[in-house]
Write a protein that binds this ligand. Structure first.
Ligand SMILES: *Cc1c(COP(=O)(O)O)cnc(C)c1O
Length: 358
């Protein structure tokens, strides 16, 4: 069997052990004689899976007791409008910080629903950095502040959440949830499409503080109400059961690997190999993100011209380093190195960068 080093941005690589475990129990889950895909979402077996996923997420992130973990559908993109539909009322203002394409998409949805203030933006430098605190202009009492913790396309990442003080903070963590320890108590709501760092596509994890559940407007359709999903333990309707099962396997894998401190250590090591290859290339490789804002999940860089970028990608592919083409809004190369990317993948890529330059 031939596996490659998969640098795709999402859906992204999954640990081989996890795939093999899923394969092993694919046709007969725990002696039920059925696949997880075939059992009832109301069965004891599935309830155990979804409960274990919520508990494990809480354990790994040290989530305080006054939070719930929900497993929803519609991707992170549904959260773009679900959050303002729940928390942006007439007469209120929400603050959005624009640090990339997904942040802009979230903002464009919120504008359809209520009053929105752009509290900061780095669009004028093609989102190559996270704004500094003194560049931010918050409204007097925003109903919430929305940020994108890791900008998947541009390769930048927030490093300090203390600057938001007591504002209710809502964060799109689709591409860096579980990349390392996090103080969840700083957030009112966190959401993440699973297909980058948590598992396959089809499920979105929402971590929500309980007081937010009480603020949900009564008139919203049930599927858009966070409190309905919380009251029903994410089983209000049929959940994406196989995706939840896969997320649960990933969470057990993260625990087995040593938890989030270990993930952080590994991710820092992996990303610094690539950033060193960029910084030590005498300008052959040019990083897109400014140093202070560099992401440990998505490493973005350009080569001297597009011809060389094409050649880089095709030669890398022939060595089993795949998925390196950058997004069209940045161009060049993007190496997505989520938790499941082994150190060896980054070592191979860094070696290849050195050799290709020569
Ligand atoms: C991929 C991504 C999204 C889009 O997620 P979907 O699940 O496809 O809706 C949103 N935000 C960020 C930061 C992402 O990386």
């Amino acid at each position: 069997m031939k596996r490659v080093f998969n640098f795709n941005p999402g859906p992204a690589n999954l640990p081989l052990e996890v795939l093999e475990e899923a394969q092993k129990e694919l046709t007969n889950y725990k002696d039920t004689g059925m696949s997880v895909m075939e059992i009832s979402h109301r069965s004891k077996e599935f309830e155990e899976i979804i409960e274990q996923a919520e508990t494990s997420m809480k354990e790994l992130l040290g989530i305080p007791d006054n939070y719930r973990v929900l497993f929803l559908q519609g991707g992170a993109s549904t959260q773009f409008f679900m959050i303002p539909m729940n928390y942006l009322r007439e007469g209120e203002t929400a603050d959005y910080i624009l640090t990339g394409s997904f942040a802009e998409k979230a903002y464009k949805e919120a504008v359809k629903i209520g009053k929105v203030n752009v509290a900061g933006s780095t669009k004028d430098s093609n989102f190559n950095r996270i704004p500094s605190p003194d560049e931010l202009n918050f409204s007097p009492s925003p109903s919430f502040v929305h940020i994108t913790s890791n900008n998947t396309i541009f390769g930048t990442q927030w490093k300090d959440y203390s600057i938001f003080g007591d504002f209710p903070l809502a964060a799109d963590m689709s591409s860096d949830i579980l990349c390392g320890p996090l103080d969840v108590s700083r957030f009112a709501l966190i959401y993440a499409g699973a297909q980058k760092n948590l598992g396959p596509s089809g499920v979105t994890v929402v971590i929500i503080r309980e007081d937010m559940l009480e603020k949900v407007p009564a008139e919203l359709p049930s599927m858009l109400k966070y409190n309905i999903h919380a009251e029903n333990n994410s089983l209000y309707n049929t959940p994406p059961s196989f995706s939840v099962y896969m997320v649960n396997l990933i969470l057990q894998w993260v625990k087995k690997e040593g938890g989030l401190e270990k993930m952080k250590e590994k991710n820092e090591k992996k990303s610094s190999l690539l950033y060193e290859a960029i910084d030590q290339s005498d300008g052959f490789y040019k990083g897109h993100a400014v140093k202070e804002s560099r992401s440990i999940m998505n490493v973005t860089f350009r080569l001297p011209d597009e011809e060389k970028e094409k050649k880089f990608i095709s030669e890398a592919t022939s060595r089993g380093l795949v998925g390196l083409k950058g997004h069209r809004s940045v161009g060049g190369i993007r190496a997505s190195i989520y938790n499941a990317m082994p150190l060896e993948g980054c070592e191979k890529l860094a070696d290849f960068m050195e050799e290709f330059k020569k």
